[in-house]
Design a protein. Structure first.
Length: 393
């Protein structure tokens, strides 16, 4: 094996002021900080094996931070100190015995493939490599709230992770540092103590360490905004359908069988609600109508459960990289009463479309005895679908 990565995620994040949930398990842009860090390494393609080191009591929380990937090993239990956690991770790699190991803090979810590549490439000619950034601020030595000196910042750099090492060298250095009772704040310091020369590559200012509740909130806002902009092309479609009443003892409305004194007549199951919704979704993405995709002349759709129509329309939205933001439908008929079945219809429509039930509205009205609907010759449905597509579509 060539390259392994250790993701250090055992800290309790006591500085973050985030309450019960450690910062690596906080959500930013719909994913945990830890999951983003893990995915960064998996997506880079530069790590053959990934070992997360987590708090001994965090196995339950870890579950939704672990993407399915054969390169991701089962999590290792950490230690009370960061250095101890890294040592556990290094020990867990003994059997794999990689050439090199990247050690990364889970609280830096924005490392990026370019930065990881710089560290890995530089390891070809070095035993230890860390990414660094020049210190931009003027540095002051302060005692009791008063400046005692201005510290020259020439030659001073801030260290980031991932830090890369020859595996055998850093493992030995960590074991010896532990035996000597030495505690350091990063792995490069362990290497320095063991007289391993540490080379530097350019860090990335975007590779920030999420430390405080404000850091987490700012990252969450930025990622959420980026995601919203990606699929911010809002489309609205309308749909309308009518079916005639005929003999029967129930009608299908929104995929729910509703008892009635008559039935609705049609080529499929005559579910006006799902038919109107299907046309609304297809209209929102400009992909024709229900008749174009499911022609009544096709015997496959004779007596079909209409949920296949709406499911297909929803699949077409997903295929475009979009989402259905909202579905709203009104049933117009002199019975049956929809009220008692409204929640079942909302749940069924949501399940068919693959969206949350809070994104589905169902209304019903009579036609006040007027016209063909008022004479109970048939029933109708109007629907509106709001869809969000990527701007590139
Ligand atoms: Mg129809």
């Amino acid at each position: 094996m060539r390259t392994a990565a250790i993701i250090v995620a055992a800290g309790r994040g006591s500085r973050a002021g985030l309450g019960e949930i450690p910062k690596q398990y906080q959500m930013v842009g719909g994913k945990t900080v830890l999951r983003r860090s893990i995915e960064t390494f998996l997506d880079s393609g530069l790590a053959d094996l990934l070992v997360p080191v987590i708090g001994p009591d965090d196995a339950g929380q870890y579950a939704n931070s672990a993407p399915q990937d054969p390169r991701l090993a089962a999590p290792i239990a950490g230690a009370p100190t960061r250095q101890g956690s890294v040592r556990n991770g290094l020990a867990a790699l003994a059997d794999s015995n990689p050439d090199r190991v990247l050690i990364h803090d889970a609280a830096r979810p924005f490392a990026g493939a370019d930065l990881i590549t710089r560290v890995v490439r530089a390891l070809d000619g070095a035993d230890a490599v860390i990414p660094v950034l020049p210190v931009a601020s003027t540095l002051k030595a302060v005692t009791d709230g008063t400046v005692t000196a201005t510290v020259p910042r020439d030659g001073l750099f801030a260290a980031e992770t991932p830090q890369g090492f020859r595996y055998a060298l850093i493992r030995d250095a960590h074991e010896r540092a532990a035996a000597a009772g030495k505690e350091f704040t990063d792995d490069a310091a362990v290497a320095e103590w063991a007289s391993i020369p540490v080379r530097t590559v350019a860090g990335d200012p975007a590779n920030i360490k999420l430390t405080t509740a404000d850091d987490i909130a700012a990252a969450d806002r930025r990622l959420t905004m980026e995601a919203a902009l990606k699929i911010g092309d809002v489309r609205v479609g309308v749909g309308y359908d009518v079916h005639a009443f005929g003999p029967g003892n129930e009608v299908m409305l929104g995929g729910v069988a509703v008892p009635h004194t008559r039935g609705l007549i049609g080529h499929s199951d005559a579910d006006v609600v799902l038919h109107a919704l299907t046309d609304a979704v297809l209209g929102a993405i400009g992909e024709g109508d229900i008749g174009a995709h499911f022609p009544p002349s096709d015997q496959r759709w004779k007596g079909a459960a209409s949920e296949v129509f709406l499911a297909e329309a929803a699949a077409r939205v997903r295929a475009r990289g979009g989402v259905i933001a909202h579905l709203d439908v009104s049933y117009i008929g002199e019975g049956p009463k929809v009220g008692p079945h409204r929640e079942a219809m909302r749940a069924k429509i949501a399940a068919i479309a693959g969206i949350g039930v809070d994104r589905v509205g169902v209304q019903a009205t009579t036609n006040e005895g007027l016209g063909f609907i008022g004479r109970s010759e048939g029933a109708a449905a109007h629907a509106v679908a709001t869809v969000r597509l990527p701007f590139s579509a």
